[in-house]
Design a protein around this ligand. Structure first.
Ligand SMILES: NC(=O)c1ccc[n+]([C@@H]2O[C@H](COP(=O)([O-])OP(=O)(O)OC[C@H]3O[C@@H](n4cnc5c(N)ncnc54)[C@H](OP(=O)(O)O)[C@@H]3O)[C@@H](O)[C@H]2O)c1
Length: 216
């Protein structure tokens, strides 16, 4: 029997809403998790597909895949609220960035460059397969992205090769050309560090629809 396409998303911001809408459009049952489910009522009514909203624990327990779309500084506390056991054996797609705007633009990193939020998440969710994914692109481009140069690939990293293959298949479902797998979760240090550069490039080029890619 085919696996149920169920995905829980921790978050209520632009990333959670964009990915929730995108996954629902591709046939996934989606549950968003937030401290305030009421604030997502209008979003829920606008989105086509099967979407629901609950607590972060309910979203983490919802399906075999969990997306982390929480504010970087709050992410570890949210995982504690959600209950690390709710992530056991699951694929966890970590879209978060530990950005520190306390000194203005470009932001620094709360945990870098000798650690990363991706690694901290994997340490906290030791029984889950964490794959850093979606953190290097705008929420505007996460699902069904269109680029002038044609299909693009998403930067990913993580410790579990099978989880990364599954992530690449999911990315292709969402309209990506595939993934660029840059290694273990330790590479999250560099995928997170790409984000201040992405912001500077956006300021320089006057766009927020760009992505950083390798061409050859
Ligand atoms: N925006 C983008 O285009 C983009 C692109 C790539 C990656 N990212 C990363 O993706 C993540 C989500 O970004 P976003 O822009 O969608 O939203 P955000 O404003 O960075 O975060 C919103 C989420 O964080 C939670 N949150 C904030 N403070 C909290 C606290 N003190 N305790 C518990 N939860 C807290 C909120 O929970 P409640 O729902 O309970 O209020 C909400 O779900 C961030 O890590 C960001 O760096 C963003």
């Amino acid at each position: 029997m085919a696996e149920t396409k169920r995905i829980g998303i921790l978050g209520s911001g632009d990333v959670a809403k964009a990915l929730g809408k995108g996954f629902a459009a591709h046939g996934y049952e989606v549950r968003l998790g937030t401290r305030e489910p009421a604030k997502l009522e209008s979003w829920k009514n606008e989105v086509r597909g099967t979407v629901s909203v609950g607590s972060v624990a309910e979203a983490a327990a919802f399906g075999p895949i969990v997306v982390l779309a929480t504010h970087g500084a709050a992410t570890e506390a949210v995982l504690d609220q959600a209950g690390p056991r709710n992530f056991s054996g699951k694929l966890v797609l970590d879209a978060t960035n530990p950005l520190d705007f306390s000194h203005g633009m470009p932001p620094g990193l709360l945990f870098g460059l000798t650690d990363s939020l991706g690694e901290r998440v994997q340490r906290k969710l030791a029984d889950a397969s964490v794959v850093k994914c979606f953190n290097t692109v705008s929420s505007l481009k996460m699902a069904d992205p269109k680029f002038q140069a044609g299909p693009a690939r998403m930067w990913i990293c993580g410790n579990d090769p099978a989880a990364k293959r599954r992530t690449e298949a999911i990315l292709k479902e969402l309209g990506w050309g595939g993934a660029v797998d840059v290694g273990t979760i330790g590479a999250a240090r560099w995928l997170e560090a790409m984000v201040p550069l992405w912001l500077l490039a956006g300021q320089a080029l006057g766009t927020w629809e760009h992505i950083l890619q390798v061409v050859r």
